[in-house]
Ligand binder design. Structure first.
Ligand SMILES: [Zn+2]
Ligand SMILES: [Zn+2]
Length: 552
């Protein structure tokens, strides 16, 4: 009997930022690492979020021993509420990560029945033929881990998201000594975070942000509003610390920020001196320079507290001149438009607004080039596969690996769905499985296909034209001239002549072809064809054309 082969299959997160997910398969055992989501760019209109296609896993459902989550960020846990009900396997993570997962699952009513298991950040678990050991890594969220996976073929090290901050705010620094030890024993494959492979040098420490916040709290004449990701618990901690130092009270605004903070306080990942946290109804009458608000909305999310405050649509919080708003995060690509609109309206209301391009109010959580090289040097893997990043990030990371002495033939830049097969001596890409994007739009998961998206694109670009064609119910003959109604296509007053001409054109075309109600599909196609050509000649636009037939 042929020996089973070790397969590493990225299901998401390669050639894109987000929706990280990876399957590792050996014989009858599969483990899955992370299950993240991605926020859509503007080309997928109206889509709320994107999750990985897991049809490969669904086919092999009975082999899946568990999902291991490296940390609680959306791009690593966000797909769980949608995928877990389909896979129904245990989920292993550290304590804080589990807390964040529970919050997410509860939001989507997927918590009951979920098997969530806690592993300490230096703990281990055996799943089928795999032994998985956690090791602490420093990242922009506490309790993040990397993984050491022992397989029958050799050891795989998965970095998770990491950086090498020697003075982190909360959480532990990356465990370099454990990695160095592994490097001596021999590592078959290293999978390492490429998000910031473009940046030379080292990523600054979180301490930098602490100093800035301290300075802001000391000098701001009015209230301070800090917005960040709900999951950036270390940043919330920094805000509380700085507020405490300058005798300000902290008010947490918005549901996801409140839920996450409460959970982190309960689990001991967030610490607040007695009495510093307040309820919003205590705000009234307080001196403004004693107030700090913490909210979400750093990505301009339309339903977030910050955006409602910026739009003067928040019941308890209003911007007055002298207030300071701090956006402590980097914009996720695709959100810039929303963020800029929010910034502008805050400026208009007289707030001082600080964001990462004007002040050091944020450091990101991923290692830069020198940190990536150090990890490669410590782990000394035989094979290397860059993960987490756009194709350029993966390529640059591959170059870094080459520069520290890993032979080019041992470096694999994969795309989602590629299968990397390994044995102790060799590794190669042996095939591709179905992978891709599943779109989540409101309550519908996966129901949105490329046709819907194409229609939305078309509508947003060139608008639409509805053609109402009246036919005689008995004879099936055209009655009068067709009516044309358009939206988002042309200014109907200015283009009245052109639209009139198009009505005549449809009437002529249908008269010539002797329209019959029974031939509707023919009429439909004919009208669309004729008008597409005509409108394109006249306007160089391609509106969506919807012919309707009314029997009279
Ligand atoms: Zn992360
Ligand atoms: Zn990530």
């Amino acid at each position: 009997m042929a020996k089973p082969r070790l397969k590493v299959i990225p299901l998401g997160g390669l050639s894109e930022i987000g929706k990280n997910m990876m399957a590792i398969e050996y014989g009858d055992d599969i483990i899955v690492i992370d299950a993240g989501l991605m926020f859509p760019g503007e080309e997928v209109l109206g889509i709320d979020l994107i999750i990985p296609d897991i049809s490969y896993l669904l086919e092999k459902r009975e082999k899946i021993r568990g999902i291991i989550i490296t940390h609680g960020h959306e791009d690593h846990v966000g797909a769980l509420p949608y995928l877990l009900p389909q896979l129904n396997v245990p989920v292993y993570s550290t304590k804080l990560t589990q807390g964040l997962i529970s919050v997410k699952l509860k939001e989507r009513k997927a918590l009951s029945g979920a098997k969530l298991k806690i592993i300490p950040s230096t703990g281990q678990v055996t799943l089928g033929k795999f032994k998985i050991e956690f090791f602490p890594v420093c990242h922009s969220i506490p309790d993040a881990v990397g993984l050491i996976i022992s397989t029958p073929v050799g050891t795989i090290v998965h970095s998770g998201d990491f950086k090498l901050d020697y003075t982190p705010v909360s959480g532990k620094p990356t465990d370099l000594s454990r990695l160095a030890q592994l490097g001596l024993q021999g590592v078959l494959l290293l999978l390492s975070d490429s998000t910031y492979a473009e940046l030379p040098g080292y990523t600054p420490s979180e301490r930098v942000v602490g100093e800035t916040l301290d300075h802001i709290m000391a000098n701001a004449p009015g209230k301070v509003i800090v917005t960040t990701f709900a999951s950036l618990i270390s940043r919330v901690q920094q805000v509380i610390d700085a507020a405490a130092k300058h005798q300000r009270r902290v008010f947490i605004v918005g549901r996801s920020m409140s839920d996450t903070s409460r959970m982190a306080l309960e689990l001991g990942y967030l610490k607040a001196p007695n009495g510093i946290l307040g309820r919003l109804d205590e705000l009234r009458g307080m001196p403004l320079n004693k107030i700090v608000l913490v909210t979400t909305g750093s990505q301009g999310e339309p339903t977030s507290a910050l955006v409602r405050i910026a739009n003067r649509d928040h019941r308890q919080v209003h911007i007055v001149p002298g207030d300071t708003v701090v956006l402590s995060s980097t914009p996720i690509p695709g959100n810039e438009g929303l963020i800029n609109r929010t910034l502008d309206s805050l400026f208009k209301q007289g707030a001082q607004v600080l964001y990462s391009s004007v002040a050091p109010v944020h450091v990101h959580g991923h290692g830069s080039q020198e940190e990536l090289k150090l990890l490669l040097n410590l782990v000394k893997p035989k094979f290397f596969m860059p993960i987490h990043g756009e194709y350029r990030h993966l390529s640059l990371h591959a170059k870094l690996a080459e520069s520290v002495g890993i032979p080019r033939k041992n470096i694999f830049v994969l795309e989602d769905g590629d299968i990397l097969e390994l044995n102790p001596q060799t590794a190669k890409i042996t095939g591709k499985i179905a992978s891709g994007n599943v779109y989540v739009d409101g309550l519908s998961v996966g129901g949105i296909g490329s046709v819907v998206l194409r229609d939305r694109r078309m509508l947003s670009r060139d608008g639409m034209v509805v053609v109402i064609i009246a036919v005689n119910g008995q004879t099936g003959k055209l009655v009068g001239r067709p009516d044309i109604v358009s939206r988002g296509f042309v200014d109907t007053r200015e283009a009245k002549d052109m639209l009139d001409e198009s009505r005549d054109l449809v009437a002529r075309t249908l008269d010539h072809s002797g329209v019959r109600a029974a031939e509707w599909s023919f009429v439909n196609a004919k009208v669309r064809d004729t008008l597409h050509k005509f409108y394109y000649e006249q306007t160089k636009r391609r509106p969506m054309i919807l012919p309707f037939m009314v029997k009279v």
